[in-house]
Design a protein around this ligand. Sequence first.
Ligand code: GLU
Length: 508
Amino acid sequence: MSKKVRVRFAPSPTGGLHLGGIRTVLYNYLFAKQHGGDFIVRIEDTDQTRFVDGAEQYIFNCLNWCGLVPDESVQQGGAYGPYRQSERKQRYRVYAEKLVADGHAYYAFDSSAELDKMRDDLKTKGSHTLQYDHHVRMDMKNSLTLAEDEVRALLSDGTPYVIRIKVNPGNQVMFDDMIRGSISFDTNNVDDKVLLKADGMPTYHLAVVVDDYEMQISHAFRGEEWLPSAPVHILLWQHLFGLAAMPQWAHLPLILKPDGNGKLSKRDGDRLGFPVYAMDWRDPSTKEATKGFKEIGFLPEAFINLLAVLGWNDGTEQEVFSLQELVEKFSIAKVHKGGAKFDFEKAKWFNHEWIKRSEVSSYSTLVKSILEQKGLDIQDDNYLHAVMELVKDRCTLLDDFYTQSHYFFADPLSLDEAAVKPKWDEQKNAFFNQLSNRLSDLSNWSNVEIESVFKELAAELKIKMGELQMIFRVMLVGSKIGPGVFIIAETIGKGSTLQRIKSAVAVF
Ligand code: GLU
């Protein structure tokens, strides 16, 4: 019987959640959901020096915003907890000691001065690596070189030590990556990584293997920057639990900067003017605030969509996918091996598509608060929805709703006189005065009726419709933008229409 699908996202709470991080979450989530499996979030906080206050809650806020809610986590709980590695501290030592007892790991008592000297000596010898590995370990102060009673004495004296994996040279370590296929490593190049630190905390290498085992993880997807660590993890699986229990791995390609080939960084976003974090991140130590996709007006549906197709497609021309469709169509095997360049213009295109496609009621609260922050008074949600329907095709970011719709809620702040003045004359003045009179008598205030009154009068006075409509638009909107001008008049109502004509005539 095949194992139940259980995948995990394993962030370290060290700062803002980057596009690449959320894409890793997304691929994990999609894979879990399409196999009826569980999506687990495990907080990898064993490196206390990199811990950042508030970062864990921030990660969950981002996942919530994206709609990628875990089945098990620090917040949801679950049968395999605790889900924070610092709370699992005692478990890792047992495994580290077992590795020592079985001859796969050893105690290392080297002081930092001794480690520095080792590296200096290697440099002097012109060695191409400065690693603690099979070349140097027999010259160092560890349980492979010291007598057993010396080791016991050091341990009982409380001498600080770490536990290192003992990697034997001359072997090939292989595994099948779900994206890259078969990958092999030569153990000659693998160093004796620290597994348990002097403070009793495991390193990432030990913790990730132990937790993936204890949490019965079936598939592990992570960024390709972890590929070089894979041989150590595979050796640990071999020694501790047997390779049959090891999850299937997929190493996800990097998201690349738009210009050049390197990994996209927050600095690239700052330099080129776009966010790389999902949501606002304020670093508690520097107080530096960074806007995220949410704050600049992306819909979560669009954000998820643009991430999904950064390095994956379903083999067709389709680009717009809902989360549900992604669950159905995503395939980890179709993730491209090479990194995908991030394109902010394309990202905005996705947002535009989602603004157009979504029910306005699903994001009207956001738009309402944008409009209110700009000082507009929104009294009626039905009216807001009707306005949003009229202008949503013109909006790329949520903030655009202000530019595109403020005149539905308040008189225009200014009128584009430069557009109107050259066309304005006595005849136009007469037209708009008469139009006001006829419109004020109109009992059925609909765009069709308004348009027919307008056209009739234009024909009577023999004035070209095009110019009149442009002027009418500037009167109601302030500028030449917007949907059909008669629809605008219908929507803002008779009172506002007549009053705007009157004040504009006085200006022109
Ligand atoms: N804690 C690692 C990170 O921050 C997790 C890598 C993994 O998924 O194994 O990315």
